[in-house]
Design a protein around this ligand. Structure first.
Ligand code: NDP
Length: 283
C-alpha cells in the first residue's frame, strides 16, 4: 500500500504558548491511537493572527485551538460559529469542515462532560464563583444543558452582572448575581457548586475561597476548574465533608478529547491524555 508522507496538521495559536501543555496531551493521544496528525504549538502575537489563520487555511489544517489573547478576536477570521460559541462570543477551537473554518468552544463542553459523570445539570440549581472566561463558558453550557438557576458569585459586580445579563438574555436559565464581598454562605438548595475563579492556581496553592465551610454539605457536587494542582483546598475541604468532587484536570482532558474528536472524528482514550498531564504537572 502506498504510504503518505503528509500528516494532517492541527495546533494552537496563542501568546505565552511555551507554558501551554496541550501539545503534549494531544500528541500523546495521536500516537496512542496511531493517528497521522500533528499538533503544532505556535506563538502568535495579535497583529499576526489574521496571517496565522490564513496560513492554516492555505496548508489545509484540520483545525486549531485559540488561547489568550485570541479567543474573541479570531471570530471575524472564521466562517461561522457553533451554538455555544455564538452565545459566549468566544472561540477556543476552530474546526475545518467542507472548506470552512467553524469556531467552537470546548472549555465549557469539557466541564459539562466531566460534570455529567456525577450529575445531569438539567433542572438543577447551581452556584458558580467567578465571571471570567472560564465561568462564561461553563455558565453558557450549563444553561444550554437545561440548568434551572445559576447564582454567579463574583467580587467585581460589573463583571458578574455582565455574565448574569448574558445568561438571562441569551438562554432560558434564570441567573442572578451575588456580590462576593465577605464570607459567602452557599444556599441550602444548591445542587452543584463550581469554582471558576483562578483561586488556588499554582503558585498560589494555599489560597482558599471565602465561603462558610458548613455549606459544603454531604452529597453536594463540588467542582473546581483549577487543573494545577488538581487537589485544591476547595476539593480537599469538600471531600472532608462528604461532598462529591470534580477536579479541573478532568475538564482540561475532556476539552482535549472533544477538540480531537472535532478534528479527527476519533474518540480518543482520555486516560492517555490525563496520564500525560499528570506527568507534566508533577514534574
Ligand atoms: P479570568 O481572568 O477571565 O477570570 C478570573 C475570575 O477569577 C474572575 O471572576 C475574578 O474575579 C476571579 N478571581 C481571581 N482572583 C480572585 C480572588 N482572589 N478573589 C475572588 N475572585 C477572584 O480567568 P479565566 O476565567 O480565563 O480562568 C479562571 C481559571 O480557570 C484559571 O485559573 C484557569 O486555569 C482555569 N481554567 C481551567 C480550564 C480547565 O480546562 N480546567 C479551562 C479554562 C480555564 P473579579 O471579576 O472580581 O476580578
Amino acid at each position: 500500500m502506498a504510504r503518505s508522507f503528509v500528516s494532517r496538521l492541527t495546533g494552537s495559536f496563542s501568546e505565552g504558548a511555551a507554558e501551554n501543555p496541550t501539545v503534549a496531551m494531544v500528541e500523546a493521544a495521536y500516537r496512542h491511537h496511531d493517528l497521522d496528525f500533528r499538533y503544532i504549538n505556535c506563538e502568535v502575537p495579535p497583529e499576526k493572527l489574521a496571517d496565522a489563520v490564513k496560513g492554516a487555511r492555505a496548508m489545509g489544517w484540520a483545525g486549531f485551538n485559540l488561547s489568550i489573547p485570541h479567543k474573541v478576536t479570531v471570530i471575524p477570521h472564521l466562517d461561522g460559529l457553533g451554538e455555544s460559541a455564538a452565545v459566549m462570543g468566544a472561540v477556543n477551537c476552530a474546526v475545518a469542515h467542507d472548506g470552512k473554518l467553524i469556531g467552537e468552544n470546548t472549555d465549557g463542553k469539557g466541564f459539562l462532560q466531566s460534570l455529567r459523570e456525577l450529575i445531569d445539570p438539567a433542572g438543577k440549581t447551581i452556584v458558580m464563583f467567578g465571571a471570567g472566561g472560564a465561568a462564561r463558558a461553563i455558565g453558557v453550557e450549563l444553561a444550554l444543558a437545561g440548568a434551572k438557576h445559576i447564582t454567579i458569585v463574583n467580587r467585581d459586580p460589573k463583571r458578574g452582572q455582565t455574565l448574569v445579563d448574558l445568561l438571562n438574555g441569551k438562554t432560558k436559565v434564570k441567573a442572578e448575581l451575588a456580590v462576593w464581598n465577605g464570607t459567602y454562605a452557599i444556599p441550602a438548595n444548591a445542587d452543584v457548586v463550581i469554582n471558576a475563579t483562578s483561586i488556588g492556581l499554582y503558585p498560589d496553592v494555599n489560597a482558599r475561597l471565602d465561603i462558610a465551610l458548613d455549606g459544603l454539605r454531604k452529597g453536594l457536587v463540588v467542582a473546581d476548574v483549577i487543573p494545577n494542582p488538581p487537589r485544591t483546598n476547595l476539593i480537599r475541604d469538600a471531600e472532608a465533608r462528604g461532598c462529591r468532587t470534580l477536579d479541573g484536570l478532568g475538564m482540561l482532558v475532556n476539552q482535549g478529547v472533544i477538540g480531537v474528536k472535532y478534528w479527527t472524528g476519533v474518540d480518543v482514550d482520555p486516560t492517555v491524555m490525563k496520564r500525560k498531564l499528570e506527568e507534566i504537572f508533577q514534574a
